[in-house]
Design a protein around this ligand. Structure first.
Ligand SMILES: NC(=O)c1ccc[n+]([C@@H]2O[C@H](COP(=O)([O-])OP(=O)(O)OC[C@H]3O[C@@H](n4cnc5c(N)ncnc54)[C@H](OP(=O)(O)O)[C@@H]3O)[C@@H](O)[C@H]2O)c1
Length: 331
């Protein structure tokens, strides 16, 4: 199979690295990537990937030809590029599937690995939901033991890092609150979680708020989940330990956890959807409150690979290997 990665930015480069690493297990013969800007000083940026077999072309003048030759496209551009290309993909008969990322709402079926796998099987267009939508959905699914109907109400505050570590165009110097867009869902994360769960006919009464902080490392989520039945500390800890969607930590400092990911994670990333500070929860009758760290792009990269396997009807056992290789239960 020949796959195309469009846009070698943050997501595109790490995804390419993972695809190269798992190419045999994933049944991929050729990995082609497109890069829009090619500055003199940036020319060496992708040498390590090219040395491992990545075939790199400039975006301009090559996009159409490379997309026509591809069996599958990973859209890893940002800011509406994927949405603009959507009609073009519709005319490519050979294409077995395409996935786009968080900014491309409406591109295809919203997807998060472990939440709506069955809905995505054989689907042509998939949109991998954003990292914080992963974090919020992981908390709902993991802390309810997969029984979303047991949730009465959930309220989460997403504390976002302002800008990717390698960039500095959107850094903020103070805390910046996001506008609530919907009376019952709050900010877009609440809306997105509901859209994701709707694909499997599930609902979760979640409302979110969102504040961006002058940090460049992990996101965090303050959560409050009220259940329709009482639950004990033991039950909550057991649920965390039994789900692949949540990892735990006893550390309170996101920089210290980020450092662990930089040391031990593939390409320096953490791939767990959310990391609960499990020794700092408030569990009171039917309500759980606490904090989780959300490791920006790692969770979406796992979902992107899983979407590829499901869309192309690949070997699901490979996904299990990748999850067990890349995630940890304790940070
Ligand atoms: N960064 C994260 O932590 C994160 C986490 C989860 C989801 N996402 C989602 O992943 C997607 C990509 O984000 P990113 O952080 O990887 O962004 P990024 O680092 O800015 O990379 C975007 C890539 O798209 C290319 N690109 C932009 N506009 C283009 C155009 N008009 N034509 C062709 N190529 C174009 C850029 O090329 P040049 O570099 O050559 O300009 C760059 O390679 C977004 O949907 C985002 O919401 C990001």
């Amino acid at each position: 199979m020949r796959v195309l990665v469009t846009g070698l930015g943050n997501i595109g480069t790490t995804l390419s690295s993972l695809l190269l690493y798992y190419r045999e297990q994933l049944g991929i013969d050729e990995i082609v990537a497109l890069k829009r800007t090619n500055t003199g000083w940036g020319a060496s940026n992708h040498t390590p990937l090219i040395d491992r077999g990545l075939i790199l072309f400039p975006y301009a003048g090559e996009f159409e030809a490379q997309a026509r030759r591809a069996d599958y496209v990973f859209e890893t551009t940002a800011n509406g590029v994927g949405m603009r290309m959507r009609p073009f993909y519709a005319n490519l008969d050979n294409l077995r599937g395409v996935s786009a990322q968080g900014s491309e709402t409406g591109f295809g079926l919203p997807f998060m690995s472990g939440i709506n796998d069955s809905a995505v099987l054989g689907e042509r267009y998939v949109q991998v939901v954003s990292c914080n939508t992963h974090g919020a959905a992981a908390l709902l699914h993991g802390l309810s033991g997969g029984d979303l109907s047991s949730i009465n109400h959930a309220d989460m505050v997403v504390v976002r890092r302002s800008e990717d570590l390698g960039q500095h165009q959107r850094l903020v110097s103070g805390n910046v609150v996001s506008r609530h867009v919907d009376l019952s869902s709050g900010t877009h994360h609440g809306v997105d979680v509901k859209r994701l769960l709707a694909t499997i006919g599930a609902e979760a009464p979640i409302i979110t708020s969102d504040i961006t902080t002058p940090s460049q490392l992990l996101h965090s989520i303050r959560f409050m989940i009220e259940f329709n039945c009482p639950l004990t500390e033991d039950v909550v800890h057991k649920r965390i330990s039994e789900t692949n969607l949540l990892a735990s930590t006893h550390k309170f400092d996101s920089n210290v956890i980020f450092e662990q990911g930089r040391r031990y994670g593939h390409a320096g990333r953490i791939y767990s959807p959310a990391i609960v500070v499990s020794n700092n929860m408030l569990i009171d009758e039917n309500t759980v409150r606490g904090w989780a760290f959300v490791p920006q792009e790692g969770n979406t990269l796992l979902s992107t690979i899983h979407a590829f396997i499901l869309q192309t009807r690949g070997d699901e056992a490979v996904m299990k290997t990748i999850v067990s290789d890349l995630t940890r239960t304790m940070w």
